[in-house]
Ligand binder design. Structure first.
Ligand code: PEP
Ligand code: MG
Length: 540
């Protein structure tokens, strides 16, 4: 047995096989072609080959796992033979005289959006299938294998590091745990793992090499240990520990349905951080009192082209409806830095964390921002939606954001589209600048939400993705506490509320300090809600 040591990013114990993530073709470029008929032929050939591959997979799976398991491959074949799909691709190649790869990518997105917007649960599930078959055709066309994991049973996914867009595209049902060479506890892959409640160990270093593909392993997400070919004694010790963790979860379940209130009567509602509509289930199961941060950019990262207003509206509306009158804070697009979608065509930057990201990008590309704002306001008619703007650094910037939001409200009102004109508007306090001028900013909004992940990296000059400077990113640093404390004071003097949605919100060593500062709400990953509620109920 070999033991690898990393950092636990999400607790939980699992046993399984290591499977390395393979990088795929990614997004393809649009190229103008002289002879569209050659591209039509290329598409037809790739489609034919994909159908043949699927037929082989169908037979193999039927023999090994039975007819029922192989059905999926038959559905995929049928999709590739569907006339609407094929005509749409060849039509686009001819009309716009573009390359086959680009046409497949764009039509796949259109079909995916169409399925994803359907009311029927089964049909909605087909969006993932369209994505799957299109990736197969694309990988044949480009000659680059599709990114992902090659495994039929659930596995421990190993990688050097995973970008947020790669993580969201994995089939969650097939992931037992994540183990990575690099990364930090506040990297987005780690945050995603926590949201999904999947055990994760990061920062294992070069010892996690691809030669380990297929090896049996055990992962302990609380200690950060990964055991390769664990011996019997280790297995039984881990099994006992896993049982204890399950008992602990049962104990925590007793806090479901209870109000989060200290013994001396101070309320501190606990909201959930979510990245997608799918995470709503975990939020509800863990008894979230609201959604405190919906990272809407994941909707963009999952797509291969800009998600339409209608698609966004459907997702925001469903989240609002599922929360049934409880507050849902949706953050506008926070793309850039480590969250990249190829179709944005963002130029490479020397220092992307300090570059063209989040609200800066939205203000330079207002058409994208306005589409999202329209979708958000339309959805506000179906629940209690609050809109949150990321990475604000100045009063002028916020003035511009509010001007655009007011413009969208006017447009909607003029065309008689229902929306909630009182939907709260708030900003993230995640730059030192915003915290320092929070007295001015507080007069312009309805709430603050402190993004400690970025606030720590910018205040302490420690890149949150760079493992080697992790020791400088001390979340308990006096500077961080003072900035949060001052923001809370500014918020309350202006009569608005303030929450914390960064990872520090779940740190139980800080709970008492947050209560003393008068923080009004904490938003944490769904699995952290009940343990935090248990802690708060014991204070006072
Ligand atoms: C933060 O910065 O603390 C935050 C909540 O936003 P993100 O982690 O998505 O940058
Ligand atoms: Mg942030």
């Amino acid at each position: 047995m070999i033991t690898l040591n990393g950092k636990g990013a999400c607790s939980g114990i699992v046993f399984g096989r290591l499977c390395f993530y393979r990088r795929g073709a990614g997004s393809v470029e649009r190229t103008a072609v002289e002879d569209p008929e050659t591209e039509v032929k290329r598409f037809e050939a790739a489609r034919g080959r994909a159908v043949a591959e699927l037929a082989v997979l169908y037979d193999k799976t039927a023999q090994e796992l039975g007819e029922e398991s192989s059905l999926l491959f038959q559905i995929h074949q049928m999709m590739l033979e569907d006339l609407d799909y094929c005509d749409a691709v060849t039509g686009l190649i001819r009309q716009e005289t573009v390359n086959a790869e680009y046409a497949v990518q764009r039509i796949a997105q259109k079909f995916e959006d169409m399925f994803a917007d359907m009311d029927d649960e089964y049909l909605r599930g087909r969006a993932a299938d369209v994505q799957d078959v299109s990736r197969r055709v694309l990988s044949i066309l480009t000659g680059v294998p599709a990114g992902g994991i090659e495994a039929e049973e659930p596995v421990i996914v190993a990688a050097d590091d995973l970008a947020p867009s790669e993580t969201v595209q994995l089939d969650k049902g097939r992931i037992l745990a994540f183990v990575t060479v690099g990364g930090s506890v506040t990297s987005h892959a780690a945050i995603l793992a926590r949201t999904m409640g999947i055990p994760a160990v990061i920062g294992l270093g070069s010892a996690l090499s691809e030669e380990l593909e297929g090896r049996e392993a055990a992962v302990d997400g609380s200690t950060g240990e990964v055991y390769l070919e664990p011996d019997r004694a280790t297995c039984s010790r881990l099994r006992v520990k896993a049982r204890r963790e399950a008992e602990y979860r049962e104990l925590m379940a007793r806090y479901r349905g209870r109000e989060t209130v200290t013994r001396d009567g101070r309320k501190l509602p606990l909201y959930a951080n979510i990245d997608s509509l799918d995470d709503m289930e975990a939020a509800l199961q863990n008894d979230a009192e609201g959604v405190g941060l919906f990272r809407s950019e994941f909707l963009y990262l999952e797509s291969r082209d800009y998600p339409s207003e209608e698609r966004q509206f459907q997702v925001y509306k469903r989240v609002a409806e599922k929360m049934d009158g409880r507050r849902v804070v949706i953050r506008t697009l926070d793309i850039g830095a480590d969250k990249q979608a190829a179709y944005f065509r963002l130029p490479a930057e020397e220092n992307p964390a300090m570059g063209m990201r989040a609200i800066r990008l939205c203000l330079t590309r207002p058409e994208i921002f306005k589409t999202q704002l329209r979708a958000l306001y339309r959805a506000s008619a179906y629940g209690r939606i609050a809109i949150l703007f990321p990475l604000i650094t100045s009063v002028q910037e916020l003035r511009e954001v509010k001007r655009l939001a007011a413009g969208v409200r006017e447009e909607l009102a003029a065309s008689g589209v229902p929306f909630d004109p009182g939907a709260e508007l708030g900003i993230m306090i995640e730059t030192p600048a915003a915290a320092v001028i929070s007295d001015q900013l507080a007069k312009m909004v309805d709430f603050f939400s402190v993004g400690t992940n970025d606030l720590i990296q910018y205040t302490l000059a420690a890149d949150r993705r760079n493992e080697s400077v992790a020791e400088f990113a001390d979340p308990h640093h006096e500077a961080i506490l003072r900035l949060i404390g001052y923001s809370a004071k500014s918020a309350h003097e202006a009569g608005i509320w303030i929450g914390i949605c960064g990872e520090l919100g779940a740190d139980q060593e800080m709970t008492r300090a947050f209560l003393e500062m008068g923080i009004d709400e904490l938003s944490v990953s769904p699995p952290a809600i009940l343990p935090l509620r248990a802690r708060i109920c014991q204070i006072g």
